[in-house]
Design a protein around this ligand. Sequence first.
Ligand code: MRU
Length: 350
Amino acid sequence: MSMIKTMEFRDGKLFLLDQRKIPIETEFFECMTFEDVDFAIKDMVVRGAPAIGAAAAYGVVLAAGQFMGCDKLEFLKRMNEACDVLYASRPTAVNLMWAVKRMRRVFDDNLSLETRQIYEKLKEEADEIFKEDFATNKKIAEYGNTVVPQKACILTHCNTGALAATGYGTALGIVREAFYSGKDIFVYADETRPRLQGARLTAWELVQEGIPSKLIADSASATLIRDKKIDLILVGADRIASNGDTANKIGTFMLSVVAKVYGVPFYIAAPTSTIDFDIDTGKDIKIEERSAEEITHISGVRIAPEGIEVYNPAFDVTPAENITAIITEKGIVTEPYRESILKLKDRPKN
Ligand code: MRU
């Protein structure tokens, strides 16, 4: 069972397992201020939709610690500014906005308290987000395991494991659940250019737990799918629109197209906090574009000529019609997504 600790709030500081360094080093990055958390999210010390949500929640706690000595008006002004900064630290994964909104509600609802008491309330809420996420992942894994055959070859993209959340993971959580429930599974992990979350992070999690697997170049997946080597594809999500269109790591859309052509089931696994009920379709999802260096350099070494222009979107949108089902902690939903997703909004967890 996974014991990977992605983050810990201790002695008034947030310690984040530095995902830029895995698998070469396992070091923690210390955040003392909300600005440190903002940097950590932008630079991908912490990444993965649920993980950045939880980290941002602790970022709000750090901000409250920083401004606790101010008078109430100043405290509120500074807290609002800190929330705005954290909210905007990455644009695509909606869990980040969801977590910051949830934290903002806590100080809005407790304005009459002393700043020290508001700090305590915020800390409790961040701890709750952290704990809930782990339980949510476990639920997703249990539902997801019902779609995994007794013997199955699974293809996954990016990292959706313990590292991408507060533990266990979403799509990779399902892989874990299938493995520990005794199923005969084999995993193909896409390396996931350019940040190599598959090669560095998913492969690290798979090796640590002894889950039978192979790492492949992203471009090898179509051949495996065509040659009937893949029984199902499991990926995560950064934002799901009301109609089921889903933003996830760049390359996911391409996989979904090949899967559709060859009739391979294509599943999205995500907590309901990844659903953005306020947007209608995937067209409304803002796609982050990251630096040219992510493409022109590998580990700091230039591999492309100086002067070449680069296009580097970090995510793409998979249309709902390419998705076999969306697996959440509240159950599995299928077409027609507009209706099935809406029903999730108020459905309690089972
Ligand atoms: O850029 P990243 O590494 O934050 O992107 C992560 C992904 O695209 C994941 O698939 C997604 O956040 C789901 S993680 C449970």
